[in-house]
Design a protein around this ligand. Structure first.
Ligand SMILES: [Zn+2]
Length: 216
């Protein structure tokens, strides 16, 4: 099918479901505005769409996607901070209560970073190197030469993003008073498993077994 026709077919399905069968929901969202309690910072990868992975309705999750789900450190300067702007809006205007960093296996951004770390030069690439340098410490920690370290670097990248979230003073104050929680999740596109970072152990485990997530 022509790719644009594929998009149009999908749009017609969405419209039939949400604007005809579930018109109450979309009318309410239009009239009262959005009030999502969850922000997801995810990778742009086409295989890890948060709305699909979490079976979310319109209005349920506020999403920002970029290469490798990175959060830059707090830098209130005149640069163009797309991700930080979205975080600011989610926290200060929407008042989200949970922020999930959603990394994943076989991440192209992390693969590019590992390649640079191995000394390779990415030909004809102007932006990806500087962007992925945000997570350089993840490579430095786990090495880029060992193919077996791929998942470890991806998970360390998620931890870097959580650490950078805490560099925003208005995030840290909300975390400290308990009105905001930060989560690091890693999706395995091979198995469909979702693993969550357990801050107590520093390890990633299947989401159902992380006590804090289960309210234990
Ligand atoms: Zn990715």
């Amino acid at each position: 099918m022509n790719p644009i026709n594929r998009l149009l077919a999908g749009y017609r399905s969405y419209r039939a479901l949400y604007h005809e069968k579930r018109g109450d929901l979309t009318r309410q969202l239009a009239e009262e505005g959005q009030k999502p309690e969850i922000m997801v910072i995810a990778c742009s990868d086409s295989r890890v769409d948060p709305a699909i992975l979490f079976n979310a309705d319109p209005g349920e999750i506020f999403v920002v996607r970029n290469v490798a789900a990175l959060v830059p450190p707090y830098s209130p300067d005149s640069s163009h901070h797309g991700t930080s702007s979205a975080i600011e809006f989610a926290v200060k205007d929407l008042g989200v209560r949970e922020i999930v960093i959603l990394g994943h296996h076989k991440c192209g951004g992390v693969q590019a970073m590992r390649s640079i770390h191995q000394g390779n030069k990415l030909e004809d690439r102007e932006f990806i190197g500087a962007w992925m340098a945000l997570a350089e410490d993840a490579c430095a920690m786990h090495g880029a030469d060992d193919p077996g370290s791929e998942a470890a670097v991806e998970m360390a990248t998620i931890k870097t993003s959580i650490r950078n979230l805490k560099s925003f003073p208005w995030i840290l104050s909300r975390v400290d008073d308990g009105s905001l929680r930060l989560h690091g999740w890693w999706f395995d596109i091979n198995t469909g498993n979702m693993l969550a970072h357990d801050p107590k152990t520093g390890q990633f485990s299947i989401v159902d077994s992380v006590p804090d997530l289960m309210g234990k």
